[in-house]
Design a protein around this ligand. Structure first.
Ligand code: UD1
Ligand code: PEP
Length: 446
């Protein structure tokens, strides 16, 4: 196990109380930035958070000749794609392993340049995360793909043509790949079994503003009529429902009370239902949502993660920490990623009782049943948590460790906290604002 030297000391036992603000969604903003590459005019994106995934895409856009500059209001980016060019492969390679987003440059670069080079992808280590659907759909559009030692090289010798596609699973990334490719492809594309996450709907809104023709049916079918040219867009990114839910779970696990400015009910309905079943309280107004622990015992639940409108997998890890404080047995069935429960072993070291299973517990069979994946969990609670030495494994697992450390008695040393900057804007400042007792050894906070 690698122990990074960026360590946060967390002195637990203080309820998180106060107000924080979430901005644009990590899972939308970088994709809307890629969409700007398809336009013949500058685009303006608002509500952009200062997170690493945004910086990575900004760097990639600039490598391809797109100028990116701050706009008039805080959190606004203006992207001018009028001089798109091939990037130096050696420079692009510096972005290898940085995030999942580079794969989404395929369609836009094929349209703009006729070829694309995509470095190796990063993202959270929570399963195999293959990209076979992406390459299958790109081939259907007419692309050729050559695997090279340092990445993938793509060409579209005869241009890209609309096609009929059915995804084997409603993958978010593969759906975005189809959208970003089909909008400028010749003719009509029909995508069935598409992902319909709120971030995908928002990306469709961005593309429609640029001049695309996209129809969404109620049965996971999306029809895209290719157009010859797209313009720019002005768009305010939808807010980050994943970050909002993380703070909601933190409020529950620490007996706290947090007003999350920017949180939106519409994209969080499934989370809110679950929060209420566990015994958490919330109040919604026009500007955000207040989440709190209303006192008394939390209730155990059976929970299955799923594609939208189901319970989003990125909500799972932070909520599991709160479930260690619920009375009785909670069952978690993770059906989106085969290895997203490994983070629980550190919670057990802190005093939690969580047992993992290979079987599909909790109702339905998933792709991972009868295989060698520990993808179900039984959480038995409530259990007192004790401070520990923790090494952050992935983005949401990392935030979960912060929550656990804040809820625990005593002091925890949380290693590798820089990873959290990938998806949580200014999280340390927010923790301090909420009254958390945290220290960066040798540095002042707050
Ligand atoms: C940057 C971003 O937006 N990340 C989100 C995106 O990830 P991402 O787009 O990578 O997730 P997908 O929806 O594509 O993956 C879902 C499942 O499909 C499988 N799969 C996917 C593609 C493929 O080519 N082959 C394949 O087998 C994956 O291994 C996984 O089991 O959606 C996930 C599901 O809501 C979220 O957890 C991530 O936060
Ligand atoms: C899994 C996640 O992100 P990514 O796809 O960027 O790894 C996440 O945001 O929890």
């Amino acid at each position: 196990m690698t122990v990074n030297d960026d360590v946060l000391l967390v002195h637990g036992g203080t309820p998180l109380e106060g107000e924080i603000r979430v901005r644009g969604a990590k899972n939308l903003v970088p994709k809307a930035m890629v969409a700007a590459l398809l336009g013949s005019e500058p685009s303006r994106l608002r509500n952009v958070p200062d997170i690493r995934d945004v910086r990575v895409v900004r760097g990639l856009l600039q490598l391809h000749g797109v100028t990116v500059r701050p706009g008039d209001e805080p959190g606004e980016l203006v992207m001018d794609p009028t001089r798109v060019e091939s990037a130096n492969v050696a420079d692009i390679d510096a972005h290898a392993g940085s995030s999942r987003i580079p794969i989404l440059f395929c369609g836009p670069l094929l349209h703009r340049l006729g070829h694309a080079f995509i470095p190796g992808l990063g993202g959270c280590d929570i399963g195999g995360r293959p990209i076979d659907f992406h390459f299958d759909v790109l081939r259907q559009f007419g692309a050729t793909i050559e695997k090279r030692a340092d990445g993938q090289y793509l060409e579209a010798p005869k241009g890209l043509r609309g096609t009929k596609i059915r995804l084997p699973y409603p993958s978010v990334g593969a759906t975005e790949q189809v959208l970003l490719t089909a909008v400028l492809a010749e003719g009509v594309t029909e995508l069935s079994n598409a992902a319909v996450e709120p971030e995908i709907e928002d990306l469709i809104c961005v593309l429609q503003k640029m001049g695309a023709i996209i129809a969404m049916d109620t049965d996971r079918t999306i029809r895209i009529t290719g157009v010859e040219k797209l313009g720019g867009y002005t768009h305010r990114a939808l807010s980050d429902r994943l970050e909002a839910a993380s703070w909601a779970s933190a409020a529950l696990a620490t007996n706290g009370n947090i007003y999350v400015r920017g949180a939106q009910q519409r994209s969080m309905m499934t989370f809110l239902n679950t929060y209420r079943k566990v015994g958490g309280a919330f109040e919604i107004d026009d500007e955000g949502i207040r989440f709190w622990h209303p006192g008394g015992q939390l209730k155990s639940i059976a929970l299955e993660t799923d594609v939208h409108p189901g319970f989003q997998t990125d909500w799972q890890q932070p909520l599991v920490v709160a479930l260690t404080q619920a009375t009785g047995l909670s069952i978690i069935h993770e059906t989106v990623y085969e290895s997203r429960l490994g983070f629980t072993s550190a919670l057990n070291q802190m005093g939690a009782h969580i047992q993992l299973y290979r079987e599909c517990l909790g109702g339905s069979d998933c792709r991972f049943g009868q295989r060698n994946f520990l993808h179900s969990a039984v959480v038995s609670g409530p259990t007192k948590l004790q401070g520990a030495d923790l090494v952050i494994p992935d983005l949401r697992g990392g935030f979960s460790y912060l929550i656990a450390a804040l809820a625990a008695e005593g002091t925890s040393r949380v290693h590798g906290i820089d990873l959290i900057n990938r998806g949580y804007e200014n999280f340390m400042e927010k923790l301090v604002e909420l009254g958390a007792k945290v220290e960066l050894p040798g540095k002042a906070l707050g």
